[in-house]
Write a protein that binds this ligand. Structure first.
Ligand SMILES: *[C@@H]1O[C@H](CO)[C@@H](O)[C@H](O)[C@H]1NC(C)=O
Length: 268
C-alpha cells in the first residue's frame, strides 16, 4: 500500500514536470503596421475560443457569436475552425503575452509578441576619419537605423567570405592578414528583417603581398643613389612603394636611419 502511494506521488510529480516542460511560450516578432497571425496548436473540434492579451480580452467565439474587444475591433478576425487569430495594422500597444482558451481550457502554448521595425540598410564607417594606409590600426563600425528594432545582431564579411557574427564595431590592424582583404561588409538582423551594407574598401588593402625574408639584402639598380648593397630592412607600404633603411656606410660615412622611398619596379 505504501509502495503504491509512493508510485502515485511519483507519477503526479512526473506529470507536473512534463506539463511545465510542454507549456511553452513562443516568441514572435511582427513589424509595426503589419498583420499578426497566431495559430493555436489544437486539433479537434472547437466549440469555443477566447483570446487574451496580458489577461485582457481580445476576441472570442462563443455560442456561434464573435466578439472583438477594445482596439481590436474592426481589424481582427478569428477563425472558428482552427482558432487562428489575425490582427491587422499592429501597433506597439499590441505587444505582450497572448493566451488562448479553447473549449474552456487554457492552452499551454502562449505567444510572446514583440512589435518592431525592420532594420535599415547599414553602412560601414571607418574611424577615425583620418584613417589611411599608414595607420597602425583603425576601427570599422556598422551604422544603421536600429531604433525600435528589438534585439539586433551584427555580422561582418571579408570580401565574399562567410558572414560571421560580431559586434557593432571592430578593430582592424594594419598587418599582412588584413592587408589581403579588399572590402568589408556588414549586416544587421533582427527578428523580422535582415539588411546588408555595400562592401567598403579596406583602408589597408594591398594588391601585392611582398614578404621579405628576415635579413633580406638586395643589390639595387639605384646604387648611384645613396642606397647600397647591404640595405637590410624593407617594408612594403603600398602597392609599389618601398621604404628602405640604409644601414651601410656610404663613402666611409655612416648613414644612420636614412629612409628613402622608391618605386618597387625600379628596385626589382
Ligand atoms: C534594406 O533597406 C533599404 C532601406 O533602408 C530598403 O530599401 C531595402 O529594401 C532593404 N533590403 C532588404 C533586403 O530588406
Amino acid at each position: 500500500m505504501e509502495r503504491q502511494m509512493c508510485f502515485l506521488i511519483l507519477s503526479v510529480l512526473l506529470l507536473t514536470v512534463l506539463n511545465s516542460a510542454l507549456a511553452q511560450t513562443k516568441p514572435s516578432g511582427v513589424e509595426l503596421g503589419a498583420a499578426l497571425t497566431l495559430r493555436p496548436t489544437f486539433s479537434g473540434s472547437i466549440t469555443g475560443i477566447v483570446w487574451k492579451l496580458n489577461g485582457d480580452l481580445v476576441a472570442e467565439w462563443l455560442n456561434n457569436e464573435f466578439e472583438y474587444y477594445a482596439t481590436f475591433r474592426d481589424r481582427t478576425t478569428l477563425d472558428p475552425t482552427t482558432g487562428e487569430l489575425v490582427v491587422k495594422n499592429v501597433a506597439v500597444a499590441d505587444a505582450g503575452l497572448y493566451t488562448v482558451e479553447i473549449n474552456s481550457n487554457v492552452q499551454s502554448q502562449k505567444y510572446q509578441v514583440e512589435v518592431m521595425k525592420k532594420v535599415s540598410k547599414p553602412t560601414v564607417v571607418i574611424r577615425p576619419l583620418t584613417c589611411n594606409k599608414d595607420a597602425e590600426s583603425c576601427s570599422l563600425a556598422c551604422v544603421g537605423e536600429t531604433k525600435d528594432a528589438g534585439t539586433v545582431t551584427y555580422s561582418w564579411r571579408e570580401d565574399d567570405g562567410e558572414w560571421k557574427e560580431g559586434k557593432e564595431s571592430r578593430d582592424i590592424m594594419n598587418d599582412p592578414v588584413i592587408r589581403k582583404i579588399r572590402t568589408f561588409s556588414c549586416r544587421l538582423k533582427n527578428a523580422i528583417s535582415v539588411n546588408e551594407s555595400e562592401p567598403h574598401e579596406n583602408p589597408f588593402f594591398q594588391e601585392k603581398h611582398l614578404i621579405w625574408p628576415e635579413g633580406f639584402k638586395f643589390r639595387s639598380a639605384l646604387s648611384l643613389s645613396h642606397i647600397h648593397e647591404g640595405s637590410e630592412r624593407v617594408n612594403t607600404q603600398s602597392n609599389d612603394v618601398v621604404n628602405i633603411k640604409n644601414t651601410q656606410s656610404y663613402s666611409g660615412q655612416q648613414c644612420e636611419n636614412t629612409w628613402q622611398q622608391h618605386s618597387l619596379s625600379k628596385l626589382l
